[in-house]
Every structure is written in structure tokens, then in C-alpha cells.
Design a binder for this molecule. Sequence first.
Ligand code: NAP
Ligand code: HSE
Length: 432
Amino acid sequence: MKPKTSIKIGLLGLGVVGAGVAQTLLQKGPLFASRTGCTLEIKKILVRDIAKKRGAAVPEALLTMDAEEILGDSEIEIVIELMGGEQPAHDYICRAVSSGKHVVTANKEVLAKHGPELLSMAEAHGVSIFYEASVGGGIPLIAPFRQELIANEIHGIQAIINGTTNYILTKMSQEGLPFDIALKQAQELGYAEADPTNDVEAHDAAYKLSILATLAFRSDVRPADIYREGISRLTPKDFKYAQELGYAIKLLAIGKLNDGAIQVRVHPALVPIDLLLAKVDGVFNAVYVEGDLVGRVLFYGQGAGSLPTSSSVVANVLDLAQSLSTGATPRPNIRLDAPKALLPFGDIRTRYYLRVSVADRPGVLAQIAKVLGDHLISISSFIQKESDESAQTAEIVIMTHLAQESAMLAARTDLEKLTTVYEIGSFIRVEG
Ligand code: NAP
Ligand code: HSE
């Protein structure tokens, strides 16, 4: 490849991240030229509505509502996709790649659903797709998996990878707020979107886990392979009881290797308060990785936001520019190992927290203990939290030892059949 002294860029999207990336490239041009050996020029920026008022100091002449002005421009060598959503982002990435353009994207949904096909397509066209910002915003994660951790067999990932839900859980825990009030605050601060489903029902975290698990276990993991449960059913009572028992409640994304099979799940979990993950508060993200050589490493930082995310996007652009400026071929895509099986979710083993509303009369605890015992589930603690004498009801909290998920679900069904059990208010897994 011929060395370049100038590279033209097309930007798809000028929202939270796009505006940060545009400003960074415009303001730090001379520095980046000296670091990469070539100048970077934004030639066009695609937006949905050109008339929209924008805070970003970007020349209006750069804006277009016609994607063809970027995808059909043979001078543009790097396309930065920051529109979000599956379509038309996926189509535009395919078109950019098939016309020989390198792509940098922060789009976890597209990467999680179509990553392996897109990376193969890019390889066939001799271009790269870089996606550092798709997981963990400004935290370097994709590059360490591709490079610095490549000598390891990764045994597990345990992560908080959604800032919006972590903010909501922090508010519920520290201020005793119900879920809907904490969500409203997150929306007012601009963390949660008007439609918060993607974040609170854990789709966003599942997309990110699918990308991380594919890199970590070198096997194709898609969002549909991941067990997913959101945070909308958690109540202030659970935070209070968890704290009394020495736990925080976090939305965890977990990937583990069990005898060569991959388990992948995203759900709320009780986490012992003395673990670092329990102390990750607000919109921060943290990812623990465990490898056979390196042991445990922790990545921590701002998982979202305009400038932190721009840090990752622009790093990918500069990496590409460095290669293009010297005529070198950009870094190759990762190679996957032979495919690994997925562990059925019913086969996972963990501990459980149950909050149960029962009739407050003799023999009820014995009935519950018998149901759990019949399913080979051992109780580690059994606490009566509250009773209402007039209604003759009591609330109990049960913590189990390690048990198999399928046994626990069967026990839950049997508990619900007892006439003395009025409601299983919460059923939360416990991770150590
Ligand atoms: P955003 O604020 O909603 O911005 C989206 C931009 O894309 C807007 O400028 C919008 O144009 C444009 N756009 C959307 N659909 C379009 C279409 N069909 N045609 C033309 N333009 C279109 O999104 P964002 O928060 O910057 O997120 C961008 C990407 O980064 C997403 O994939 C997201 O998951 C990822 N990401 C975001 C963060 C974060 O902190 N926000 C962190 C990590 C990763 P208008 O301005 O005219 O509406
Ligand atoms: N909605 C995401 C979050 C943005 O809250 O973490 C960053 O990907």
C-alpha cells in the first residue's frame, strides 16, 4: 500500500458521540498529524435533520442528509459510524466496507448481531472494522482482548457494563428510591433515553457481553445465546435487606468457561459489599477478566459520555491513520478458535436470595425448607424480616448455598403451590 499524507473521513451521526468525535478531530488536528504522520480531514457528516440546532462547533457546510455523499465518495477512506441502532447503520457499514473503506463504529447492536459476518466481509475487501467504543465507552477493552491478553485462556468475565442501570441501582441503594423515580432522575440527567427499554431490560448489556464473550472465549456468542433479565422488578426492600446481609445489588454481565462450555448471562445479582464490583457506583463501568496467565485484571472507568467515548473512537481512527500513513496493512481481525458449546442456562450453579411473603403461623418455615430440601437445595440463612399481626403474614428472606438453576426454578414453582406462600416477591442470584 502507498503511504498517505492526508486521509479523508466521513462521519455518520453528529449526536452525543459524533459531536465529541468531530470536535476532537477538528481541535486536535495538528497533534494528531504529528502522532500519525498524516492529516485527517472530515469531509462530510451525515445527520437526520440538517435544520436541528446543534451545540457542537462544526462547520454547517460539512453536514448532509444524503448518505451517498459519504458512501459514494471514493476520496473518503475511513467511515466513522455513530448513528446507533441496527438499521440503516448495518447497511451503511456493509456499503462502506464493500466499497473499500475502513470503518470505525461504536455500535454494539450491529456488532453483537452481525459482527463475525461484517469482520469476514471486511477481510475479504482488505479493510478493517474497529469498534473499541462499542463496549465500556472510554475504557480500553477490545484492544486488550485482541492484543495484550491474547496469550491467555480467559476463564471468566464479570462486568458492570451499563452506566444507566448502574446509576439507577446506585440511587435505589443509597437513597431508598423506587425504580421508577430513580429512572426518572436518570432521564432528567440525560443518562437514560426517553425509551429506556434497551438499558433497563438489559439488551444493551447483553449486546456488550456478546462482543466481549466472543473476544474472550474466541467463539461466536450472539445476543440470543445470552440469558437476560433487567432491573425493573427490583424494589427498595431488596436493597435494604441485601445491605443488612452485607451485599450490594448490581446488574452483572457474566461470561464463564465451565469444562469447555460457555455460560453467558446478564441479570441483577447480590454482590458481597467488600468486592470492588460492589463499590462501582453511578454511571461508571468495570470489567473483571480472569486469564490463566495474567490472573485477575480489572478495567474501570467512564462507560459512556461524549468525550470518554470519543477517546476510544478517535484512538481507532488514529491507529488506522498510522498504518495508512506508513503504507502498512492495518491490524488483522481476531481469529476465533474452534466453536465452543453453550452451557444451558438451567445447568448454571449459583447461590440465590428469595424474598417470600407467607402466612405467619406455625409450621410454614418447615414446609418451605422441605420443598427446598426435596430439590436438593441447601439453605444458608433463613430470616424473618417483618410480620403483620393483623393480616397474619410475614416476610422472610432465604439465602441458599450453591444450587443448580433448574432445581431452583422447580423449587420456586413448588413453593408457589403452597397455600401458605402468598408471593415470591424477589428471586435474585448471588455472585461472589
Ligand atoms: P445520538 O445522540 O442519538 O446520535 C445519533 C446521530 O445519528 C444523530 O446525529 C442523528 O442525526 C444521526 N442519525 C441517526 N439515525 C440517522 C439516520 N437514519 N440518518 C441520518 N442520520 C441519522 O446517539 P449517540 O448517543 O451519539 O450514540 C451513537 C452510537 O454510539 C450508538 O451506537 C451508541 O450505542 C454508541 N455509544 C454511545 C455512547 C454514549 O455515551 N452516548 C457510549 C458508547 C457507545 P440528528 O442529529 O439529525 O438527529
Ligand atoms: N446506554 C449505555 C449505558 C451507553 O448506559 O451504558 C453506553 O454504551
